[in-house]
Design a protein around this ligand. Structure first.
Ligand SMILES: Cc1ncc(C[n+]2csc(CCOP(=O)(O)OP(=O)(O)O)c2C)c(N)n1
Ligand SMILES: [Mg+2]
Length: 155
């Protein structure tokens, strides 16, 4: 497995701020703090969809303070990692009720609409090419942006 800091090691100088414990939802407010602390430095916030819902109000702060933060939401419409944890319990077949607890698709969360509603320009990328184009555009403009990156299930 190749963790993200390994993948960006050859990029322009940057710092990584990551989860220090196990409580999810830190990413969006952490990005707020980073941008306020270092106004001259762009911040890229990488956050999963389920985790983003814990602290989505931080997007409003990104807009209110016009922070230079580009948020990418990894949108698999699932609490995906918990499916793995469920398997690790030794449950051989997960019942429909258990599986449905980890599903975030009914209704689907429209992060572009959420972002826009909170004052952050948003877009959705379905292919890697779209993500690259939208990311370039977002990084080129000051202020907050959000890209919902549609990704498949784990594994
Ligand atoms: C505050 C808090 N509540 C609940 C959990 C339990 N938990 C661990 S991972 C997870 C789901 C993560 O889903 P998502 O952020 O969408 O990531 P994915 O696995 O889909 O990439 C939850 C609810 C936790 N770690 N912290
Ligand atoms: Mg998810």
């Amino acid at each position: 497995m190749c963790w993200l800091p390994g993948l960006t090691a050859g990029g322009p100088p940057h710092d990584w701020l990551t989860l220090t414990g196990g409580a999810i939802g830190q990413g969006l407010p952490l990005a707020t703090g980073a941008a306020v602390a270092c106004p001259g430095r762009p911040v890229l916030a990488l956050e999963a969809d389920g985790s983003a819902m814990y602290t989505v109000s931080a997007l409003w702060t990104h807009a209110r303070e016009q922070l230079d933060i580009t948020t990418i939401i990894f949108s698999n419409r699932s609490y995906a990692i918990l499916n793995m944890e469920l398997e690790r319990t030794g449950a051989t077949t997960a019942g429909e009720t258990a599986r449905s607890l980890l599903d975030l698709s009914r209704p689907s969360i429209d992060f572009t609409a959420l972002a826009t509603g909170l004052g952050v320009p948003g877009s959705r990328a379905v292919t890697a090419g779209e993500l690259a184009t939208q990311l370039q555009r977002a990084l080129a403009e000051p202020g907050p942006h959000l890209i919902e990156a549609a990704i498949g299930p784990l594994g």
